[in-house]
Write a protein that binds this ligand. Structure first.
Ligand SMILES: Cc1ncc(COP(=O)(O)O)c(C=O)c1O
Length: 403
């Protein structure tokens, strides 16, 4: 490997909720570990790897020039995004005009919701559901209608197209949020699945907000299909939101973007995005994106996906072999696992709260899955050096599941 995915980074005091947030927000953050155990951060969706060096280099280079006044995003910024999507996602016809800035991906989701729905309107989402959607849809006065994903005979999460159609009709829904790849289920939707979903949306005149923040983190040879690529109708029906933040660990820098090919949709979203006057790029985050989307960034992400595939394979094999009563669907993308602990809890007479606390006490800072609509589930972040993943599995074995 050319890049470093094995060193254990000390993030304490370096602006990281993942480590410094432990024990600070009961009900949301894991407890801090008891004495004798260090914390292994496996909750907040960021990574414990140093990012590609071209990012700090680009930021530092720009910061050396001692003026940070008003500015406009450069052609280099737009071209970096265009090339990234052409090379990695096979995008065609993507121009600067189709790209719009958003502070965050969730901010982009809200801009699109504001443009095409009103408070009180229902919005379709799949469940399990990423907590950020639950919060931003609810906080903006929209009503979430869930269409549950279902595991097939092989344990793969699938959409229920009939249920989607029924819920859309029953609730007169005209906006859906689609998560591609899916957090927390880790599905990298196949082309035919997206095509079928888009048929349902099309037949019901439903606009689609496709959150593709995880689209670069694809594991074990799976392939990301952008929603906008599946048909001309999908290209015109969809507002896609992306960011380098999940891919390169840049959430703290802030900076996302949407891609909207249809001019009408684009104008309506841009009108909403511009209303809060603070929805604007930070000069250093612009340079971070340019640094990320350099040739080294392409190599780095390929290596990252290889490392994460190894971590996921290790954890899946370990859990399947050692933690009886814990079930999961192997993630195809993202670095998150969603563990269903129902059977284990029933067999051992423990509640999910008790189980979570057992993990936290020995430093496995995993996350309550209830906020993602898994009633007895835990979400586990595997973006750490493999040695830490192994340590976490061994502690869970010795002190939690087989104690
Ligand atoms: C599916 C999904 N969308 C959006 C976000 C958050 O994006 P942002 O911080 O850019 O709003 C996350 C973070 O975990 C996510 O998993």
């Amino acid at each position: 490997m050319k890049y470093d995915f094995t060193s254990i980074m000390d993030r304490h005091g370096k602006d990281a909720i993942a480590v410094d947030g432990l024990g600070t927000a009961p009900g949301f953050a894991p407890d801090a570990p008891k004495e004798g155990f260090d914390a292994i951060p496996m909750w907040v969706a960021d990574m414990n790897f140093p990012t590609v060096p071209t990012i700090p280099e680009a930021i530092i280079e720009r910061a050396k020039h001692p003026a940070y006044g008003y500015f406009a995003p450069t052609d280099e910024y737009f071209n970096s995004i265009i090339q990234w999507h052409e090379k990695r996602n096979g995008a065609t016809g993507l121009t600067k005009e189709c790209i719009g800035y958003e502070n965050g991906v969730l901010g982009g989701v809200v801009s699109a919701l504001d443009a095409f729905s009103a408070p009180g309107d229902a919005v379709l989402l799949h469940s399990p559901t990423y907590i950020g959607f639950t919060m931003c849809v609810g906080n903006n006065g929209r009503k979430i209608v869930h269409s549950p994903l279902k595991k097939d005979a092989e344990g793969v999460w699938r959409m229920d197209y009939e249920d989607m159609d029924k819920k859309i009709k029953e609730n007169k829904i005209h906006v859906a949020i689609f998560c591609n790849p899916h957090n927390p289920c880790g599905r990298v939707w196949e082309k035919w699945e997206i095509e079928k979903a888009m048929e349902v949306y099309k037949n019901n005149h439903c606009l689609v907000i496709s959150d593709e923040i995880w689209s670069d983190i694809i594991l074990n040879g799976h392939k990301h299909t952008p929603v906008q690529s599946v048909s001309e109708d999908a290209r015109n029906r969809t507002i896609a939101v992306y960011a380098p933040s999940k891919t390169f660990n840049l959430a703290g820098l802030v900076g996302s973007y949407h891609i909207i090919y249809n001019e009408y949709l684009r104008d309506r979203v841009a009108a909403q995005s511009s209303k809060p006057h603070y929805n604007d790029m930070n000069v250093l985050s612009m340079h971070a994106l340019i640094g990320a989307y350099k040739p080294e960034g392409y190599e780095w992400v390929d290596e990252l996906c290889e490392v994460l595939s190894g971590n996921i394979n290790y954890a899946c094999d370990y859990i399947a072999a050692h933690f009886q009563g814990v079930t999961f669907s192997k993630p195809q993308g993202t670095y998150m696992m969603f563990l269903d602990c129902t059977e284990w809890c029933e067999k051992h007479g423990k509640t999910i709260d008790e189980l979570e606390k057992l993990g936290w006490s020995v430093g496995v800072a995993w996350q309550d899955g209830r906020m993602f609509h898994g009633p007895c589930a835990i979400r586990l972040n595997l973006a750490l050096p493999l040695s830490r993943v192994k340590e976490a599995m061994s502690r869970l074995d010795k002190y939690v599941f087989n104690a």
